[in-house]
Design a binder for this molecule. Structure first.
Ligand SMILES: [Mg+2]
Length: 202
């Protein structure tokens, strides 16, 4: 039986279409995979604890579009403008290095915005504030597929990925560091996850 209740367990495709359970440390280093279930046409879903893991896993999916949630992967909820600007520059610089990526989109339901337009050079960069995830999907209509949504909330980011037909990589740092609001959202997301993605079984 596959466990979903702990960050150190995650699901990954093994490159041959089989979904495997992977056990890794909280620091995101080692990985031990075991066959769990075959995926068929089901969208990819994975839980990852570090930005390094997220970007590595995203690269394995060979996406043309990456949609990043902003808080907390790019910037902490309570960070200031400079933290947001720096986080966006940092994540964008790394996302651009993934081969084949054409669009990098940052989407937050908050009102936060960067202090200056983001320069993507060889990739198209889109920043969406008050994005209305998961209800508003029109923003993403012209983005090339395949795409990946990366975020911490199943109820918003995961649901958006499901609606777009994108893979979903759930970024989950230490749950103890979550503020009360996102923590409640995380519990809500756990409730709706079976509706969005297949339950992992033997
Ligand atoms: Mg978030």
């Amino acid at each position: 039986m596959c466990s979903w209740g702990h960050l150190r367990h995650s699901m990954r495709y093994d490159g041959r279409g089989a979904l495997i359970r992977v056990t890794s440390s909280a620091a995101g280093d080692g990985a031990r995979g075991e066959s769990c279930w075959s995926s068929g046409m089901r969208p990819a879903y994975d839980r990852l604890a570090t930005l390094d893991e997220v970007l590595r896993r995203a690269g394995e999916l060979s996406p043309k579009t990456l949609v990043f949630d902003v808080e907390p992967l790019v910037a902490d909820w309570n960070g200031g403008q400079e933290a947001l600007d720096q986080g966006l520059r940092s994540v964008l610089a790394r996302a651009r290095t993934i081969p084949g990526v054409v669009v990098v989109c940052f989407a937050t339901n908050s009102m936060r915005r960067p202090s200056a337009p983001l320069a993507g050079d060889d990739v198209r960069v889109v920043y969406l504030a008050a994005a209305g995830k998961p209800l508003r999907t029109g923003y993403y209509r012209g983005f090339p597929r395949p795409g990946v949504v990366i975020g911490d909330q199943l109820a918003t980011d995961g649901a958006l990925a499901r609606r777009l037909g994108y893979a979903f990589l759930q970024y989950l740092p230490d749950l103890g560091s979550l503020p009360p609001g996102p923590r409640v959202m995380d519990w809500c997301g756990r409730l709706v996850r079976p509706l969005l993605f297949a339950r992992a079984t033997d």
